[in-house]
Ligand binder design. Structure first.
Ligand SMILES: [Zn+2]
Ligand SMILES: [Zn+2]
Length: 215
């Protein structure tokens, strides 16, 4: 378990070596936290007065489940706002070559690699919630910060959207298929049941019935 505001500070001031921190954990902390936060907002909306005492920090391991995490929305908003801002500043300074207060360049590269494939789907997820939470203050903070995080890292929304569509429509859901790792050159079959799952062949669909895989 690591507390990410301290992790960011440690990286900025050279107290933590970048190789000690897995950039994927940082990204996971953001994306998982965002989903937990809105899940909690949804359940709070459906049970008025049922607000939980959440844990007011972003300390979680990669295996942490929402139930253990208990992201408190107000707490999350404050922490997410602060931690993402710290990371953004550290990234920006690193990219503009400033030494003071910048994240190590190698770590910025790792953050960018780790964000590919999850930044856009999370942005999309947040946007889909706009009709439900658009007027909520937490929504505004999370939405603008997440968008900015990708911008600062140099991710291009149109390019990331194309990558996402390609993965969504050209990746076979059967885990052991060649087209599970590399997108298929041909359009895939869509499952008639859920209209979500995609397979390169009926054989892959049959195999996948027992072991469902979601991209
Ligand atoms: Zn299906
Ligand atoms: Zn297949």
């Amino acid at each position: 378990m690591q507390c990410y505001s301290l992790v960011c500070e440690g990286l900025l001031y050279g107290e933590i070596a970048p190789e000690k921190i897995d950039a994927r954990d940082v990204i996971f902390m953001f994306t998982h936290g965002i989903r937990c936060c809105f899940d909690n907002l949804s359940s709070a909306a459906s049970e008025p007065g049922g607000e939980e005492d959440g844990v007011h920090h972003l300390c979680l391991s990669r295996t942490a489940h929402c139930a253990d995490l208990q992201v408190d929305c107000k707490g999350f908003e404050d922490m997410f706002g602060r931690v993402s801002e710290d990371f953004c500043q550290g990234i920006r300074k690193s990219l503009s070559g400033e030494e003071k207060g910048s994240l190590p360049a190698i770590f910025v590269d790792e953050l960018r690699v780790a964000s590919r494939g999850v930044w856009y789907p999370t942005l999309r997820y947040i946007r889909e919630l706009r009709p439900q939470f658009g007027t909520n203050a937490t929504y505004g903070v999370v939405s603008s910060r997440w968008s900015r995080f990708g911008d600062v890292l140099g991710l291009n929304e149109a390019a990331e959207r194309d990558r996402y569509e390609l993965m969504r429509t050209r990746v076979c859901w059967w885990e052991d298929c060649t087209f599970n790792k590399t997108p298929s050159p041909k359009p895939l079959l869509t499952c008639k049941g859920c209209k979500e799952a995609r397979y390169c062949s009926a054989a892959c669909q049959r195999r996948s019935v027992r072991v469902p895989f979601r991209y």
